[in-house]
Design a protein around this ligand. Sequence first.
Ligand code: ADP
Length: 360
Amino acid sequence: MTDLEIHQQLQKALDGFKDPETGRPLSKTGQVTDWVVADGHGKCTLRLTSMIRTIETEVVQRLESYLHSQVPGLKSIEIRVDDFDRPAQPLGTIGLTAKAVIAVAAGKGGVGKSTLAAAIALTLEKLGAKVGLMDADIYGPSVPHMLGLEGRPQIADSKIQPIRSGTMPVMSMGFLIERDQAVAWRGPMLNGSITQFLRDTAWGDLDFLIIDMPPGTGDVAITLSQLIPLTGAVIVCTPQEVALLDAGKAISMFEKTKIPILGIVENMSGFTDPETGKTFDIFGRGGARQKADQIAAPFLGEIPIQMVVRSQADEGKLAQALKDPTISKPFEDVCRALVRAITARIATDPLAKISLPVLG
Ligand code: ADP
């Protein structure tokens, strides 16, 4: 086979490989450029949005093996990755520009929901995405404390300016009221503040808005789902039976409000003694995976009990703790599984494409 034939076949093959973000064939989106084929060896540039760069290694590997399977004469393929700009579109009628809005929820307090919400947001940003973090846990806004953030958001250009953790915009009721005042908030005030956080905050152009949900009640979920098309919910639970029963409540609440479950994360899943390397399943293990199977939702992974996570989060240094690769690895795995779950929805559910630009 000549190099020209290989080149033509490679380009043709792109009809059958979809951009994970839009579900459209790469041949139509102009994301593969700079083709060179010499002596049967190919080279190209794959341009990915910041949302999909979070899973770029697996997308590149998938494209590589796909091209080999489609073009038998190809001896090797070298795929370079570069940026592709495709800004998010305004969601609903409130003007939030984000590609995916993800509610992080749990059936009860103390399972690590806020820790997970903050860690998922920080990790997605580290993997290359544009991320905002909204603390809607009105009764116990712990995100500012965990990230060591303080100060009052200012108003500029008629927008609330979020407080930033590094570059990531964060909004929380914790910036606006004293902690012990939070419990006095009820119904309409709560809904009003959620609406304001979403609509009036200068979030900028986001790939992901991560929302730390209050435990238990469905009020906030209902308010959110009326304001914007939520991409879905991540349910956090610990492995014990009782926590799983509570997770079941959270799951049925989302099902009632027609918010898809993107997956379940098992937190505090085992403890490895740093001295001996021995692992103890303190709260049991594997329950969340079974629950996920039961409801046919993706299992997004296990986060072990890590003492550094607790101590650093309590000191406002969660972001610093996540700089250590041994600490951040399980969170990265969860984030990649989450992006995979989102893209799988995009590929199978036309409604999930709502937040994406209409392409020609
Ligand atoms: P929730 O939001 O579900 O009420 P938090 O995120 O506030 O729970 O976490 C409760 C406590 O557990 C915090 O002290 C937090 O630092 C700690 N924690 C959460 N996840 C882990 C983990 N994987 N390893 C160690 N400590 C954790």
